[in-house]
Design a protein around this ligand. Structure first.
Ligand code: NAD
Ligand code: DAU
Length: 335
């Protein structure tokens, strides 16, 4: 099976590529990535000389770049490439709209041209907006995105819906909750807090810290995407979640305890504008129809993740210092 993975040098994309190589002898994987600040080929150093893997630097918003990799012999596209950080979207909405909406449209058009048979749109639970203290998002929950990031993802989802409805393009859309695990860029809550705590720097908690996220280990997200790619029904949406709701303060407290650091490192800072209060996922559809369920509990997953960051302090230091960026700019030019 030949798979083009967009955004394969990012956090989830690189975990997906590693998992495909470890699971399927007969896979052929093309990692198509622009190498923005979030892309890091070092995540894939263990497979870079594997004959089943190749890397092409390119931009999903550029039709010529996309045409170079999305050729008639491709069996599936898994579309991870995006600007993914909510806080950045507050200042750079234009970049988010370009990459996340226009990039998806360029891919969809090319997928039509080559008659692609499987397209997985990797979306997010944030398209549903925010929940009150009870209830959970179902696939038919109305879209109500609250940030430029989530609005751009919801727009891309609607394009996927339209291309399936109008042109019969076989698109499956996944909407997953918050991921954590190895190779996550230390701007997101868990790796940022681990990284700051390791350096005895303050841990910035937005608002009252009682916002709730449903945490899923990245390996479980990857097995869910694999199940959708191989057996999902075209035109369908699949929610993916870990059934592991935690308040942010609980997560931060668990990290401090594991690292034997004091609660005094917590610093309450101004809340994120428009901050979604609570996410929770009803993942019964993917469980029922594709027999998927999470395998890593939060307590085990967070312990493993902290251990990974402790074992990979050089990776963390290089990411934080921007050393990878300098290297890629020398190799591939600035972007
Ligand atoms: P990430 O920011 O770590 O990685 C994004 C990757 O996309 C990077 O490698 C980057 O270089 C690449 N990219 C960005 N713009 C590009 C462009 N124009 N052309 C080609 N490549 C480009 O993101 P992530 O956390 O791995 O998320 C991957 C996908 O999963 C995103 O679509 C995100 O919306 C979705 N998602 C993320 C989470 C989460 O918790 N991280 C949860 C649900 C869904
Ligand atoms: O729900 C899925 C989404 O999860 C994905 O679509 C996004 O790509 C991904 O970034 C993530 O979005 P969040 O905004 O939920 O993740 P983030 O790690 O930025 O924040 C998690 C929670 O922690 C949120 O309530 C904001 C809070 N937070 C975050 C940071 C970075 C803090 O309190 N302090 C911080 O410094």
């Amino acid at each position: 099976m030949k798979i083009v993975v967009t955004g394969g040098a990012g956090f989830i994309g690189s975990n997906f590529l590693l998992q495909q190589i470890a699971t399927y002898d007969d896979c052929q994987l093309v990692n198509f990535d622009a190498l923005t600040y979030a892309g890091n080929l070092d995540n894939l150093s263990s497979i870079e000389s594997d004959p089943r893997y190749s890397f092409v630097r390119g931009d999903v918003t550029r039709p010529a770049d996309v045409a170079g990799v999305l050729t008639e012999d491709v069996d599936a596209v898994v579309h991870f490439a995006a600007e993914s950080h909510v806080d950045r979207s507050l200042d750079q909405a234009d970049l988010f709209l370009r990459t996340n909406i226009l990039g998806t449209q360029v891919l969809l058009d090319r997928a039509r041209e080559v008659g692609l048979s499987r397209f997985v749109m990797v979306s997010t639970d944030e398209v549903y907006g925010s929940l009150g203290p009870t209830g959970s998002f179902r696939e038919d929950t109305p879209l109500a995105p609250n940030s430029p990031y989530s609005a751009s993802k919801a727009s891309a989802d609607l394009l996927c819906r339209a291309y399936h409805h109008t042109f019969g393009l076989p698109v499956m859309t996944t909407r997953c909750s918050n991921n954590y695990g190895p190779f996550q860029f230390p701007e997101k809550l868990i790796p940022l807090m681990i990284s700051n705590a390791l350096e005895d720097r303050s841990l910035p908690v937005y608002g009252d810290g009682k916002q709730v996220r449903d945490w899923l280990h990245v390996v479980d997200h990857c097995t869910a995407i694999d199940a959708v790619m191989r057996a999902g029904e075209p035109g369908e949406i699949y929610n993916i979640g870990g059934n592991s709701e935690r308040e942010n303060l609980q997560v931060v407290g668990a990290i401090l305890d594991a690292l034997d650091k004091p609660r005094s490192l917590i610093e309450y800072v101004t809340d994120r504008p428009g901050h979604d209060r609570r996410y929770a996922i009803d993942a019964s559809k993917i469980h029922r129809e594709l027999n998927w369920q999470p395998s890593v509990g939060f307590e085990q997953g967070i312990a493993d993740t902290i251990a990974w960051y402790l074992d990979n302090r050089e990776w963390l230091a290089k990411v934080r210092s921007g050393a990878y960026r300098e290297y890629y700019e020398q190799m591939y030019g600035n972007r």
